[in-house]
Design a protein. Sequence first.
Length: 350
Amino acid sequence: MHKKFLLAALEQARIGQGHCAPNPCVGAVAVQNGTIIAQASHRCAGTPHAEQLLLTQIPPKMPGVSLYISLEPCNHWGRTPPCVDAIINHGVEEVVFAYLDPNPVVAKNNSSEKLRAHGIKVTHYPVDEITEFYKSYSYWTVTKRPRVTVKIAQTLNGKIGRSVGERVILSNTLCEEFTHQMRAAADVILTTAKTVSLDNPKMNVRLGQEKQAKPVAIIDRQLSLDQQSIIFSTAAHCHVYHCNEREVSYPNSTLHFMPMKNGVMDLDAVISHLGGLGYHDVWVEAGGTLFSALHQERLVHRTYLYIVPSILEHDAISAYQQSGIFDRTHTISWHAMGDNMIACLDWQED
Ligand SMILES: NC(=O)c1ccc[n+]([C@@H]2O[C@H](COP(=O)([O-])OP(=O)(O)OC[C@H]3O[C@@H](n4cnc5c(N)ncnc54)[C@H](OP(=O)(O)O)[C@@H]3O)[C@@H](O)[C@H]2O)c1
């Protein structure tokens, strides 16, 4: 029963995915007599936590109510009051949570002990799906760096786009939909000025009727972006990374000066800066040059290769611009997407 209700809490947590950073996404359900009577999710940093929203839906001191929460409830003041105090004051009888918060402030104050001191039954019940869900939050909390996921669509001969001429759409609609789901779940999308100038992409989320603007980070070493690029109006905000002293402004953007390393922008510094902005999950959509460089520098945690049954001409742009970029321990899984295939490579941490 614990697993069933914690997975229901996870479904609630997923609603906030891509909106809550630097906070974790949290979902919660209230159960009475084996039935879910209320559910809530944390929607955005600075707004009430899932537990607080849940408690507003149940009368105080209601008998036999258990709260199932995806993450250990918080016990400190941030922008909102501690959830542990709200649970105690509401007269809840039982709390079951799945994931121990790695935030040292929460760990120090021991939520379970506080709740138990007020006669509340507390169970920590780990669930694999929820542990996986908090991977990025956990990694960011410990390292202050985001997890990086890179996608590239390639032909059977490893090409990703034509070197000149029109933009080519390689992957099928199932892969496209997957891309939009991944964009939605990420905190920020990373691309390059080269891809922006060649493709003029929107880099927003378009799923059915839903349209959602995301923060977008753009590597633009020389500040060469065209101010008319559509991305400035389709992104929630743009973070433009550059190495140029020139005074330039772009619409809806913040410029960040980055150091150079071996004649190119220091990508490690960019990723670290994105972590400093509070992003836990970076989704990368760019060409083969950035794809190869990120792998070469071992900055990627997960790679999605969309494999498309077509061939582009020999001089088309390659996904693999350096040798040995995949020489690193990894696991791989394959997912059929109609007539395309997605290979998911999870790189082992060094
Ligand atoms: N198939 C797909 O999934 C997919 C996705 C997106 C885009 N594309 C296609 O990709 C093509 C562009 O690919 P591309 O490989 O030419 O360009 P890209 O990877 O998008 O961007 C290349 C730029 O990134 C910067 N860069 C390169 N190496 C770097 C490094 N080590 N460190 C930091 N910055 C570095 C460089 O900027 P500076 O020269 O200013 O240093 C370089 O011009 C487009 O045609 C687009 O359609 C395909």
